[in-house]
Design a protein around this ligand. Structure first.
Ligand SMILES: NC(=O)c1ccc[n+]([C@@H]2O[C@H](COP(=O)([O-])OP(=O)(O)OC[C@H]3O[C@@H](n4cnc5c(N)ncnc54)[C@H](O)[C@@H]3O)[C@@H](O)[C@H]2O)c1
Length: 337
């Protein structure tokens, strides 16, 4: 039986638990052995995050141990793999501690807060356990389909794209760590990294980018970027300074030579001459798909082609460049390989 633990049991930890329990039931060869969080009073409580309520009231924790210190958990329980859903400033240290002991690690996005941290995580992943970063949207059937459209030129080449992501100011995290840019990177990293990673995954590194950020309510609460490619222009907007009642919204528009493809409210639509087409896709959530891929990689040895730590590092490099561009009010140019 393969043992696993969730380290950081807040919004995302609780969301991923549901998927992991489903995989446990389906496979029969893995078992949750322990949970780790800073606040023992919150281990069994439900949680509300920007994408909805997570209800764990029916989960049976009778065979699960609880820890507040992740080192103690890893040393005593010796899990085969961990799901690290800790605040971002802790991603590097827990990943390296586990990987060096041969424990496989699924670590939530954003990978880390500096490129040097990303590099140290990648190095640790070459020596011991395997490392996957949780960029859930790469596992979303919608974006897998869009990548297929781009790679196969189904509707010709894309020439303009926009990605936006808006949220009320997050107030639900442990000790409000997310509002401190030293701990989360601000919206410029925490919220926006989803779209930076999509841009990099779908279109590759741009020739140049230029960004603007605001800090009206909380530092680095937004990031607006233009990415310039030879035959393509991409814009992104991320902002978590929306008022409290504003519902979370994420939107994608891609103009291809022969179609306009949109994603809104989790629905993919292809607009062409005549009636729009709504492709039929598997309804499995991106979070379930990524958990399944991670488990199949570390237990069954099935390679995961959708994501690599090196490709995530590239996305992080773009995200950090955007902050530099916004702070220095300068475009950033990338050399051709
Ligand atoms: N993939 C996604 O769509 C997505 C969505 C939201 C958050 N995230 C990422 O998930 C990570 C966690 O975010 P969250 O919203 O769940 O945060 P959260 O504050 O809700 O949860 C963090 C958990 O970590 C625990 N913790 C804090 N310090 C600890 C320590 N030293 N040792 C052990 N436990 C500790 C807290 O008790 C809490 O349970 C972040 O990196 C965030 O960016 C990803």
């Amino acid at each position: 039986m393969y043992k696993y633990a969730i380290i950081g049991f807040g919004g995302l930890g609780k969301l991923q638990l549901g998927n992991l329990l489903e995989l446990e039931a389906e496979r029969g060869d893995m078992k949750l052995c322990a949970l780790c969080g800073a606040d023992p009073n919150s281990f069994k409580s439900n949680v509300k995050i920007n994408i909805g309520n997570i209800d764990i009231s029916n989960v049976d924790f009778s065979e699960c141990a609880f820890y507040q210190d992740y080192r103690e958990l890893i040393d005593k329980e010796k899990p085969d793999f961990i799901i690290s859903t800790l605040p971002t400033y802790l991603h590097e240290e827990v990943a390296i501690y586990a990987l060096e002991r041969g424990v496989h690690v699924f670590s939530e996005k954003p990978m880390a807060l500096t490129l040097e941290s990303c590099d140290r995580m990648i190095e640790a992943g070459k020596k011991g356990g395997k490392l996957m970063i949780g960029h859930a949207l790469r596992f979303d059937p919608i974006y897998i389909k869009i990548k297929e459209y781009i790679d196969n030129e189904t509707f010709g080449k894309p020439y303009r794209a926009e990605f936006s992501r808006y949220s009320a100011t997050p107030t639900w995290t442990w000790n409000n760590w997310i509002l401190d840019p030293e701990k989360s990177g601000g919206a410029a990293i925490d919220l926006h990294v989803h779209d930076v990673d999509l841009v990099n995954w779908l279109f590759g590194t741009p020739d140049c980018l230029r960004s603007v950020s605001t800090s009206k309510k909380t530092k680095r609460e937004s990031m607006f970027t233009q990415y310039f490619y030879e035959d393509l222009f991409v814009t992104t907007s991320a902002d978590w300074s929306m008022c409290a009642s504003f519902p979370f919204e994420a939107r994608t528009i891609i103009n291809f030579e022969h179609a306009t493809v949109t994603v809104l409210d989790g629905k993919l639509i292809v607009h062409r001459d005549g009636e729009p087409i709504v492709p039929i896709l598997s309804g499995v959530s991106c979070y379930m798909n990524e958990m399944r891929s991670f488990v199949e990689w570390v237990i069954d040895g099935k390679p995961c082609e959708l994501i690599s730590v090196e490709s995530v590092r590239e996305s992080m490099e773009l995200a950090f460049s955007e902050i530099e561009s916004a702070e220095k009010d300068l475009p950033i140019y990338y050399e051709e390989d």
